[in-house]
Design a protein around this ligand. Structure first.
Ligand code: DGL
Length: 259
């Protein structure tokens, strides 16, 4: 059974891809909806929260953990790997490799939370794979709260204007590929795509789900269970929009401060 966690609802974009690859995959998802967003917090806070999230999943005896959060993947991987004695995978490597493969003009944009962009995680990994690629990064701090509120339709004026505001500079840079470096962003893909026409969008949830599958870490073992640290009703009401299908699995509340 695989454990998947995120600061909030965004990690469900990775769960969606896992369920596409293995509809009956055994998985436990934790969304820290009571403390989202992480991406505007200090490194120390992000690490503390991530260790608690992983301890909760480890208490459920998962065989491996997917950190379905660009922010935690960019900030806390060494600490998580040190604490856990099971495989733990972040989203950065698989996503950066997919962008390197996708670009034709060698100009790649990276969007993410402020913590992710400031860490330079995607850019460093891209340059390690192919130093000739030029990268252009942009933090988009308002995207996560918009998505958590369910305001992600491309026809919503607030979403459209926010996307245009953040992405105008990347448009001038003539990128042909854009990393959606936060797992909340794929649900805004249409709004992002309209602001950057013709650009290939790389979905970090999808790339890391494929990587899990390639590593043989997805097992058919009895479906999904979901846990959150805030209202289970709010989560259940929005989850199907992230998953693109009805939420099929129990939703429980976790007092995450206890872990
Ligand atoms: N889904 C998280 C990520 O991938 C959102 C971070 C946040 O809570 O700010 O970065």
């Amino acid at each position: 059974m695989i454990g998947v966690f995120d600061s909030g609802m965004g990690g469900l974009t990775a769960v969606k891809e896992i369920l596409k690859l293995k509809p009956d995959a055994g998985l436990i998802f934790f969304g820290d909806t009571g403390r989202v967003p992480y991406g505007t917090r200090s490194r120390e806070t992000i690490i503390n929260y991530a260790l608690q999230d992983a301890r909760f999943l480890a208490s459920k005896r998962v065989d491996a953990i997917l950190v379905a959060c660009g922010t935690v993947s960019s900030t806390a991987m060494p600490e998580l790997k040190k604490m856990l004695d099971i495989p733990v995978l972040g989203v950065v490597e698989a996503t950066a490799e997919a962008a390197v493969k996708a670009t034709k003009n060698g100009r790649v944009g990276v969007i993410g939370t402020p913590a992710t962009v400031n860490s330079g995680s995607y850019v460093n990994y891209i340059n390690a794979v192919d130093p000739s690629i030029e990268t252009f990064s942009q933090a988009c701090p308002l995207f996560v709260p918009l998505v958590e509120e369910g305001l992600f339709s491309a026809d919503c004026d607030i979403t459209r204007l926010t996307a245009e505001h953040y992405l105008a500079r990347l448009r001038e840079k003539e990128i042909d590929t854009l990393i959606l470096g936060c797992t909340h962003y794929p649900v805004m893909a249409e709004a992002i795509g309209r602001a950057l026409p013709g650009v290939t969008l790389i979905n970090s949830g999808a790339e890391s789900a494929r990587r899990l599958s390639d590593m043989g870490l997805l097992k058919d073992s009895g479906g999904a269970e979901y846990f959150v640290s805030d209202s289970t009703e709010h989560f259940a009401g929005l989850a199907s929009r992230f998953l693109g299908m009805p939420l099929n699995g129990r939703v429980g509340y976790v007092e995450i401060d206890k872990y």
